[in-house]
Structure formats: C-alpha cells, structure tokens
Design a protein around this ligand. Structure first.
Ligand SMILES: *Cc1c(COP(=O)(O)O)cnc(C)c1O
Length: 358
C-alpha cells in the first residue's frame, strides 16, 4: 500500500519528484562532474530559481550544505566572533544555542514570544551581541515567530545580523529577506525532497562580517567556511563533491513551484491549515499545543492527544497514513502533522476522516 506521509520531515515527497528522479537517471545526472559546465549551470539555475520563488534580493548568495544543523554551526563560526543572541522556543532554537556554546561563544538567550500581548521592543539585546538567532517555525512545539517582530528587531538593531531558521516554514514563509541576513532550510521539509541537503542564503552584510572574521584570523572553520564557499561559488562550484543529484532535484522542484506560483502554494497551505485546526479545535480527543492562534504554525501542527498518541499513530498507519510522533518526551502525548506544499486537500481529508475514527 502506498502511504501518505504527514511526518514533519522527511515527509510526503513533492508530486513531481518521482518523474524527476527517473529522468535524472536517464540523463545520467549522478555521474556528472561537479567541476563541469552542466553542474555550474545547475548551481546557477537553482540559485536563481530559489531567489525568484522566495523574492530574495540581488546580491544575496546561496550555499548548499549537508544539513541545517550544519548551517547553524557554519553561521555561528562565520558571523559570531564572541557573542550570539538566541530566541529559544523549542528544541531547534535550543540546538543553535548549544552549538554556539560548543564553539565557545558567549550565548545570550531569551524565551520566544508565545502569547499576545507581547512587546518585542521590550526585549533588550546587549550591544555586544553580534548575530540574533530566530527559529521562525519551531517544529518541536508548533510555535511560530511572527514576521512583524523580526522586522522590529531589524529596525531596532540595524548593526546586528539576523539569522532565521526557516527549515520547516519555507517556502510557505513570506519573510522579507531584505530585513534579515541569513536564512536556511532543508530539502526534506517543505520542498518534498530527500533528506541530506540544506540551502543557506547569505546577505552582503553577512558576507562582509565573515570576511572580517577571517582576516582577523578567527576560527571560521575549514572547507565549509563562508570564505571557501564564496571562492568556489565565483565559478559556480562547491568546495567538496556536493550532492549533485539533490541540487538537481531541488532545481527541478523549484521550477515546478515557480510555475505553480508561490501565492497559490501559500494559499493552499492556509486553506489546509484552517481545515486542520478547525478539526483539532472541535474534536474532544485533540487540542493544539499552541493555544494563542496568532502563534500557531500553519506548516507543522503539534497536537496534544487525550488518548495514547502511539495507538493513534499505529491505527492510522494500518490505513496507510503516517502521522508524526510528538517530539522527544512528548512521544506518547502528542502527534505532529505536516502541512507542506506536497500535501493536497484530498490528503488532508483522508487524514481527518481516518483520525475521526481512531
Ligand atoms: C528539521 C529541523 C532542523 C534540522 O534540519 P536537518 O536537515 O536535520 O539538519 C532545524 N530546524 C528546524 C526548525 C527543523 O524543523
């Protein structure tokens, strides 16, 4: 039986992925040299396509890394000399903070907003903090960090860099990249691709900062330092042999998404999120983890269950519907449901019909 994956990543693959994988093998993409012209055109095309899809300004650069956890480490190494500042709202924002600690940075942290009213201008960020880390959509809790707050931080702290984890909100997120300096996301979440590649977007200001750190002989890492990535990118290459097939598939899915149109992709997600939350809000056995509706994630729903969450997952699995486990210690008390571009309203109706009976 073919399953429908509502897990939060890896998840349901993009509907055209199968066709692109088959064609890639016919076209011998896995044998292409990463030093050849075909690869260079592929890198350039993928960068342009992601910039088009997410309205990323000219001058920003795109790097491909192995994972988004790696992206956190590279961003800290290359843009934080001493002190980073973190809004911590769940396991993923906590991860960036603990990586900064491992790298011997001074780590300042504050809880992320989760209820209205909240006054972002009252959060004080010390002068010495260089980069502010924000997780836009914390996949462990289902909490979002509203864009208006990010824009206020940009206005209040123009000298600091802002790095945003968009891993489980891209491409739904309509974040204005001109107001941030770095963003990253992984293929296996909202893009419906195989796992194992992260896409990192870096502003000219962040590039400057990385160059400064490098010239001060700071430890910015080795082959995946921004310096090394930038040098190779000048000729549309990468420091190592990258996952050429993943970059190819990313490029192909971006082409499909651009053709469909980002507005239509986002409005489909809004419609499905509305349907899902209406169901969970009104069902006696379920309750969304985030109560304040203005902080609820449309793309990864975290739901508390009255019944044993394991049993709910197992009974749905027998019907071919794969529901995500609660994160960490919430395994038996919560479920998670992804609402990505790969999921159709028909998938959602099937899920709800099945959940209604479990
Ligand atoms: C999944 C996830 C990550 C980690 O991504 P990897 O590709 O596993 O490194 C980071 N942040 C968030 C919000 C995530 O959901």
């Amino acid at each position: 039986m073919k399953k429908i994956f509502f897990t939060v990543g890896p998840s349901q693959v993009y509907p055209t992925l199968e066709k692109h994988v088959r064609q890639a093998l016919i076209d011998q993409v896995p044998s292409l040299s990463h030093r050849g012209n075909e690869f260079r055109r592929m890198y350039q095309r993928a960068e342009n396509a992601v910039k088009e899809l997410l309205s990323i300004p000219d001058g920003y650069v795109v790097f491909f890394l192995g994972s988004s956890i790696e992206a956190m480490e590279r961003i800290i190494q290359n843009t934080v000399e001493r002190t980073s500042f973190h809004f911590v709202d769940g396991a993923f924002s906590q991860k960036a903070a603990s990586i900064a600690e491992d790298l011997k940075k001074e780590v300042l942290r504050t809880p992320a907003p989760e209820k209205e009213p909240f006054f972002i201008e009252k959060v004080t960020i010390p002068k010495r903090a260089e980069t502010i880390f924000i997780t836009e959509n914390d996949t462990s809790t289902g909490l979002i960090f509203p864009h208006e707050y990010i824009y206020t931080l940009h206005d209040l702290y123009p000298e600091k860099l802002i790095a945003v984890d968009l891993v489980s909100s891209a491409p739904y997120s309509s974040l204005d990249f001109s107001k941030i300096d770095m963003a990253f996301f992984s293929g296996q979440k909202g893009f419906g691709l195989p796992a194992g590649m992260s896409i990192v977007v870096v502003s000219p200001r962040a590039v400057e900062k990385a160059k400064n750190l490098k010239s001060k002989k700071g430890d910015v890492g080795s082959y995946h330092s921004f310096h090394s990535l930038l040098t190779q990118r000048e000729t549309w290459q990468t420091p190592e042999t990258p996952n050429v097939l993943a970059i190819h598939l990313f490029d192909k899915v971006l082409e499909d998404m651009n053709e469909k149109g980002i507005l239509s992709i986002r409005s489909d997600i809004d419609k499905k999120a509305k349907r899902l939350y209406e169901f969970f809000d009104n069902h006696p056995d379920f309750e969304p983890n985030i109560t304040d509706t203005s902080f609820r994630s449309p793309s990864t729903l975290v739901i508390k269950t009255k019944k044993d969450a394991r049993i709910i997952r197992e009974s749905n699995l027998r019907k071919g519907i794969v529901i995500g486990e609660g994160y960490g210690t919430q395994r038996d008390t919560q479920i998670r449901v992804a609402n990505f571009p790969s999921h159709t309203m028909r998938h959602v109706e099937k899920l709800l019909e099945s959940l209604g009976k479990s």
